[in-house]
Design a protein around this ligand. Structure first.
Ligand SMILES: [Zn+2]
Length: 235
């Protein structure tokens, strides 16, 4: 490589390093563990029509006392406030932030509106559960560097998932769902399902998934037991 090309290359690398903002911590999609442990997480979102908890899922997990995490949107939390409060009193259930109105593309919102989505949902969750959420999940997983930075500056760690379970697909069956998840799951994975009545087949598939993972020696965890609390907290 001649001197001129080398110079251009060095300048390009410096620009790329400068653009890669160290203030942005990034999105967690895996637990920092090499042990047989997975996090079962759920989205509880409400968009146009009223949504309620899927009690088949809740009854099973509560009966078995399996740790899990629910990302709730503010609208869903308000509509299901009593049940959410009750669930949050159980030590193995974690409630986290999934935005106020569940806008599918938060990257299209102004900075003020992104903050509002996060903070207003946080207020509702804190009032109902007595605990301030520390993890955030973007609606539909859509974000860009700008929205990520705004959310992190509010003191949140963004947590998504390792692979989609596909449970919002109306065509799916409990058999297909459990086969897909069990064929793919690995140590440290963050599983995602829906607990708002839009996880098709999840209520039936989940006991099979849990039992088979247990047979393989897996245990289950809340996210906050495995991921350190974010420190950004600029407010
Ligand atoms: Zn959602």
């Amino acid at each position: 490589m001649d001197g001129k090309k080398l110079f251009v290359c060095v300048v390009y690398c410096l620009i790329m390093l400068w653009r890669d903002d160290p203030a942005v911590a990034g999105v967690v999609t895996k637990l920092p563990s090499k042990e047989e442990v997975v996090a079962i997480t759920f989205d509880a979102c409400e968009t146009k029509t009223p949504s309620f908890f899927d009690n088949d899922i809740i009854d099973y997990l509560v009966r078995e006392e399996i740790p899990f995490t629910i990302f709730v949107s503010g609208k869903f939390a308000r509509r299901n406030s009593e049940q959410l409060t009750q669930l949050s009193r159980k030590s193995f259930i974690e409630i986290e932030n999934h935005s106020l109105r569940h806008r599918q593309h938060m990257e299209k919102l102004s900075e003020d509106n992104v903050r509002k989505e996060v903070v207003e949902c946080e207020t509702i969750i804190t009032e109902l559960t007595g605990r301030k959420p520390i993890f955030f999940r973007f609606p539909a997983g859509n974000y860009d560097q700008r929205t990520l930075k705004i959310v992190e500056a509010l003191g949140y760690q963004v947590v998504h998932w390792t692979f989609p379970s596909g449970d919002p697909d109306k065509q799916t069956t409990p058999e297909r769902l459990s086969r897909w998840v069990l064929g793919k799951v690995q140590k440290g994975d963050i599983l995602i399902f829906h607990i708002n009545g839009r996880g098709y087949g999840t209520g039936e598939a989940l006991p099979r998934i849990v039992e088979q993972l247990r047979e393989k020696g897996y245990r289950f965890t809340r996210l906050d037991a495995m991921l350190s609390s974010p420190t950004a907290g600029a407010r």
